[in-house]
Every structure is written in structure tokens, then in C-alpha cells.
Design a binder for this molecule. Structure first.
Ligand code: GLU
Length: 304
């Protein structure tokens, strides 16, 4: 596949498109990011790395971290995990409280905030040093040890996390949060504040495109059964209440974050990341989605 030529075409197209959408401002520190940033990085399992733009600049991964949390929790708890969090698309905004009340404190899936908060609660119960072990896992799958959090983003979200605190309180009232609310909120906010570049995200997500193995050293990080399940949840729940639209336009499993990042994978072929901070009304990167739609159109390859 001529990825270099295709990425060149996408580069020309995105730089000629108007910057629609709005940079997230409900976490005030995120609103300070230059809205014109754009990076794209594709990591092909046969032919290596292709990129353009700001693909090596780190940004706030936000909800993309939920995939790493789910991966670790599945290794720690196995199938029991799914007694505490379901795997159905929510069709509601990522931080909605409504469904949770009707469904007795069991979140619809691990990628809405409520689900990720339950995953954090599980990891706190299981791990000795959750923050360190979370970062260690990312260091392992990216093969770099410099990835860390942005402390300003962490503090900014922490002082504006009333809604996540409400989700935690509601779930605790149903018995689905075992640890102290402040501890869970702290760990959740910490993982959302991690910064990675498109190149690092594509490298990390290669395990989901490569049957659970790291491409560089063939090390099995998770089972192919776990990969199948995580990819299925990315496909059906990875884009807030726009998962259907993303499947329709792009046709790959993936995950977005309100920092403007999107990562997607094509099993057996590649992992790809884009970063463009302005978000559409559903919270997904406007130009990022466009770039990925063009990728699967120009290559003629999606999982469908
Ligand atoms: N830290 C963000 C929040 O809890 C993550 C949202 C996202 O990226 O979807 O609101």
C-alpha cells in the first residue's frame, strides 16, 4: 500500500480545510492549546512508520487512556470485570448520569466516564502502586520511559471534576465503587492527564492491531481473545455517542479523547493516530475524523 502518497494527499487536504469545531474548554487548561495543531502517524505492521505535521508533539490523551485501563483490568480481573461494567454502546454523552440511575450503577461500557471510573476502582484494589504501574505499562508498549502526565492539566481537571465526582457518588450508592471516592477520582484524572504523541500512540496501539503482540520484539502483551474483545468495544463504544457515525465514515475500531486525539487500528495491517484539537459537538476531533475517513477511502481498506 502506498501509505506515503496517501498521507501526502491527506496532508494537503487537511491543511486546506477550514478549522471547524471547538477546542474543549470544560477543562480550562485544554483550551490553551493551539487549535491549528495537526499531526498524523501511521504504523504499518509490514512497512513501518509514516507521518506528517505535529506527529511527534505530545498532547493530552484524555479518554484514549481508557483503553489502557481496560487492558490492564482485563489482565488483572478476567471475565469477572464484566459483572461491574457492561459492553453496550451508551448512545449518551460520555459524562451522562442519566442511564446510570436507571441501570443500578452498572455503566454501559468501559469507555464512558462511569465505566472508566469503575475500571480505576478495580485497578486501585488490585495494584500496589496504580499510577506507577499504569505509566510502566505505557512505557513498556511504547518502548519509551519519558511519557508522563501534564501536571497543569491534572490540576485543572481536578478542580473541575464535579460531574465525575457525581458519577462516583452515584455508583458508590449502588455498591459499584469499593474504594474511597477521592482516591478513584485522583487516579482517573491522573491517567487522563498523560501526554503522548501520535507516534507514541500508534506504537502503543500496535498491540491491538497485532494480536496482542509487540511488533518490535514479538512479546505477547495480552491474549488474542482479550484483543478481540477490546477491539469490539472500541468499535461499538469508542466515540461517545458518535460510535455509529465513526463506524459509518471510517470503519475501524478506535478511541478518541477530548484533547483532540484519535487512535484507530486495522487488525493485521496498521495502527494510526491523528491529533487536531477542535472538537465536533459530540466531542470527537473534527479534522481528525475527516483525515481517518480519507485514509480508509483512499486505501480502499476498512474492516468492513
Ligand atoms: N478527563 C475527561 C473527562 O473526564 C475525559 C473525557 C474524554 O476525553 O472523553 O471529562
Amino acid at each position: 500500500m502506498e501509505y506515503e502518497r496517501i498521507l501526502n494527499t491527506i496532508e494537503t487536504e487537511v491543511f486546506n480545510k477550514p478549522y471547524l469545531g471547538k477546542v474543549a474548554s470544560y477543562i480550562p487548561e485544554l483550551a490553551k492549546i493551539d487549535s491549528k495543531k495537526f499531526g498524523m502517524h501511521l504504523y504499518c505492521s509490514n512497512s513501518g512508520h509514516y507521518s506528517f505535521g505535529d506527529s511527534e508533539e505530545r498532547f493530552s490523551i484524555q479518554s484514549i487512556s481508557k483503553v489502557f485501563g481496560l487492558t490492564m483490568a482485563m489482565s488483572e480481573l478476567g471475565d469477572e470485570l464484566f459483572n461491574r461494567v457492561d459492553v453496550e454502546p451508551s448512545g449518551d454523552p460520555f459524562n451522562s448520569l442519566v442511564q446510570l440511575e436507571c441501570e443500578n450503577g452498572i455503566p454501559r461500557n468501559p469507555f464512558i466516564n462511569a465505566g472508566a471510573l469503575v475500571i480505576c476502582d478495580i485497578l486501585i484494589s488490585k495494584l500496589k502502586n496504580p499510577k506507577k504501574e499504569f505509566l510502566d505499562f505505557i512505557h513498556q508498549i511504547t518502548e519509551t520511559n519519558t511519557i508522563t502526565i501534564n501536571k497543569r492539566v491534572f490540576t485543572s481537571e481536578k478542580t473541575h471534576s464535579h460531574r465525575n465526582a457525581a458519577l462516583l457518588n452515584l455508583m458508590k450508592s449502588f455498591g459499584n465503587i469499593k474504594n474511597d471516592i477521592e482516591t478513584v477520582l485522583d487516579f482517573y484524572t491522573y491517567q487522563c492527564a498523560i501526554e503522548m504523541s501520535c507516534k507514541e500512540l500508534s506504537t502503543a496501539f500496535m498491540i491491538y492491531a497485532n494480536s496482542g503482540k509487540q511488533l518490535s520484539n514479538n512479546q505477547q502483551i495480552l491474549s488474542s481473545r482479550a484483543v478481540k474483545r477490546i477491539n469490539a468495544i472500541m468499535q461499538t463504544c469508542g466515540f461517545y455517542d458518535e460510535a455509529g457515525e465513526f463506524s459509518f465514515r471510517v470503519g475501524l475500531p478506535g478511541k478518541s479523547g477530548v484533547g483532540g486525539g484519535i487512535v484507530a487500528i486495522h487488525p493485521g495491517q496498521y495502527s494510526v493516530s491523528v491529533w487536531s484539537p477542535p472538537l465536533n459537538p459530540k466531542g470527537n476531533s473534527e479534522l481528525g475524523m475527516y483525515a481517518l475517513e480519507r485514509l480508509t477511502t483512499l486505501t480502499g481498506l476498512s474492516i468492513f
